[in-house]
Design a protein around this ligand. Structure first.
Ligand SMILES: [Zn+2]
Length: 104
């Protein structure tokens, strides 16, 4: 991280989403990257397992790319699993401290 990036308050963001069609798997993937447009520092995703899966979101080894399996159209709530909403806010330091090994 440069001195400029350390001093930046990260107030403006940009995102890049690449959507890929995996023909031999019949699947679609969205690869998401987010960064600060002021200093160029990439953001990392929190609480995501590392790797690549066609069944669940996962992240690159540096946690700066979220790899999300997607599909065309809408689905009914709960169709792809249990619905869960969390409202607890924790600091990033605490999240990093409690993240299981192999997660962001
Ligand atoms: Zn910044």
């Amino acid at each position: 991280m440069t001195a400029e990036q350390m001093a930046c308050s990260h107030e403006s963001f940009g995102a890049n989403v690449a959507v890929n069609r995996i023909e031999d798997k019949g699947a679609f993937m969205a690869d998401v990257q987010i960064g600060c447009t002021q200093c160029g520092l990439p953001f990392h995703f929190i609480g995501v397992p590392l790797g690549l899966s066609y069944a669940r979101p996962m992240a690159s080894v540096d946690c700066t790319e979220l790899r999300v399996p997607i599909g065309p159209g809408a689905v009914r709530p709960g169709a792809s699993g249990t619905m869960r909403f969390e409202t607890e806010v924790r600091s990033v330091d605490l999240l990093n401290a409690i993240a299981p090994e192999g997660t962001c």
